[in-house]
Ligand binder design. Sequence first.
Ligand code: UD1
Ligand code: UDP
Length: 364
Amino acid sequence: MKLLNIVGARPNLMKIAPLMDEYARRPGIEAVLVHTGQHYDENMSDLFFRQLGIPEPQINLEVGSASHAVQTAEIMKSFEPVLLEQRPDAVVVVGDVNSTIGCGIVAVKLGVPLVHVEAGLRSFDREMPEEINRLLTDAISEVLLCSEPSGVENLRREGVDEAKIHFVGNVMIDTLMRHRAAAESSRVLEQLELGGRGYAVLTLHRPSNVDDPDILSGLLDALERIQKDLALVFPAHPRTVAQIERHGFGPRLEAMTELRVVEPVGYLDFLKLLSDARLVLTDSGGIQEETTVLGVPCLTLRENTERPVTVEVGTNQIVGTDPRRILEAYGKVREGAAGRGEAPPLWDGQAAGRIADVLERVYG
Ligand code: UD1
Ligand code: UDP
């Protein structure tokens, strides 16, 4: 069985790592890895290959950054000849980025079955580019691998054939569990002079937050207040750095003496930062899941989540982008109101094995 696996953006790398490991243990599986090059900075891509032990991709399409239409079209144009040459039994895509849907469309139009890891997640917010990618990818996939119960329910409600749906758990948590011990040796707290101090971690990169100057300004209002109470460390995504510059918010950030803006950090350092944080403020998808398993309170700076299990059983709260609401939720967490939550079903470090079992059954 030959599987062609796609990665493009940072969060794809934590998802593919345990799968590549699992394939390597199974003699019946030949796995080829294709990187679209959607993310290309050292600290958004290569660093994760090294830290997570992901094999070098056999092919890099080097598409880089562009508008949605241009980026997706470039992915499709450059992936088609690769797929024609490789002739796999299936194409495996993860997550909800432009590389996921771009390669997915190419696969099904060439008659190659598509497998979607992290299927069925829905924010029900179609202004979110990822929601469009999720809906379209699931609509054309033959094997739909769900990370949480809501994914299964959403697909059933959309009328997807039961035989295509598999509840396998969360591969991102496989990666977290495998690297937790190594992350403990990270020196990041000393490097950022956070050792022995309470701090919170902040990440922001959703276009709805950082591309809109009014929303971003409101978030900065809340952060101004929070950093006076608790030091904030902010590994800033390149999109966010560009938007802060464009909107002229640099001086406001510089004036926040207890908010430390740093470059995006590698997985091990980031996992250490999350593990020791008093709380996390984020609009990331994956970080809502990681904080749930780590038992660290997470305030999600969005109006919705496609990962409701992190709220139902985990440590996540959806607090939106209104500064008053953020500060209110922050105050409650500081008073110790947040529980430690528990791990959702099948977030047990074994998801990649269950996925490979399904793939061997269907395509072996
Ligand atoms: C993408 C995904 C998003 C995911 C995020 C993870 C889509 C539609 N969006 O958003 O779902 O949560 O990745 O991080 O696929 N840039 C660099 N260097 C890089 C990569 C990007 O400087 O290595 C800058 C460029 O200015 C680029 C911008 O970041 O224009 C946005 O990159 P892009 O991949 O288009 O979207 P993300 O915001 O990263
Ligand atoms: N992450 C990281 N370094 C950082 C920020 C995030 O290693 O500076 C990791 C994080 O632990 C998670 C993944 O990147 O595994 C989440 O990616 P991102 O927030 O970019 O995307 P999303 O999950 O929102 O699609």
